[in-house]
Design a protein around this ligand. Structure first.
Ligand SMILES: O=C(O)CCC(=O)C(=O)O
Ligand SMILES: [Fe+2]
Length: 232
């Protein structure tokens, strides 16, 4: 192999490795948090992170602003992501304290977080298996690199219980999480050396009965520069 050929496995990174270690230590020290007992990925649970009132408020905001969900990279499968999404205004008095609490829980500066997204899945809707980390070989990567770089951690919260279906399934890690109102799920998209972890492959399985509401937050390795600044 020539020394100029592209490595097959994505490269590690000192910045991401440092974040991995810091967040892992912070979560490990929190008695309210449990780690899934698997080696393939670092997946954590915090039951009851949000109150019922907070969940209801976010559900109402999602219902009021939802639009079809989108994908960063084109997919040939029209059923790949069939849910609806909405961006939640981080400066809203109902969103900001939650946004900041999530960042504090992980010990990541809030400005590294992308806009909190609400997701709504009606029966039959799903988000097929994907990674949250960016593929650095794809056309979208230069724009993502410039806007804060790789996605390091994901934190999501289930806002309601779902009658049937809608579990988050990590097929490589063998972890299935059923929606539970107020439960926060967080995982490290990176490996300890700061390279993307293939073990984080996950999907939002189809809802069978009921409607599933979640919020998702993706944290970048650097501050997310798309963040709108309010000048008043
Ligand atoms: O709906 C789920 O359970 C997973 C959502 C997800 O993977 C995402 O929003 O990136
Ligand atoms: Fe995801």
């Amino acid at each position: 192999m020539s020394i100029f050929s592209r490595p097959k496995t994505p490269a590690g990174s000192i910045v991401r490795a440092r974040t991995s270690k810091k967040v892992t230590e912070r979560l490990g020290a929190n008695p309210a948090i449990r780690r899934a007992r698997v080696e393939q990925a670092e997946i954590y649970y915090h039951p009851g992170f949000l109150s019922d009132a907070e969940c209801d408020k976010l559900i109402a905001m999602i219902d009021a602003n939802r639009r079809p969900s989108t994908l960063l990279a084109a997919s040939e499968d029209p059923e790949f992501r069939t849910s609806e999404s909405c961006d939640l205004d981080r400066w809203s008095p109902d969103v900001r304290p939650i946004d900041e609490r999530m960042a504090a829980l992980l010990d990541i500066p809030p400005e590294h977080g992308e806009t909190m997204q609400g997701q709504r899945y009606a029966p039959g809707q799903q988000f097929r298996a994907h990674y949250d980390w960016f593929n650095e070989q794809q056309d979208y990567w230069p724009a993502m690199k410039a806007s804060g770089g790789q996605r390091t951690w994901t934190a999501m919260i289930y806002l309601n219980d779902v009658e049937e279906g809608g579990a988050t399934w990590f097929p490589q890690a063998g972890v299935r999480v059923a929606p539970k109102r107020g439960l926060l799920l967080a995982w490290n998209n990176m490996k300890p050396d700061g390279s993307p972890n293939l073990g984080t492959l996950h999907e939002g399985t189809p809802v069978v009965q009921g409607v599933k509401y979640i919020i998702t937050k993706w944290f970048r390795e650097h501050p997310w520069i798309n963040m709108p600044i309010r000048t008043y």
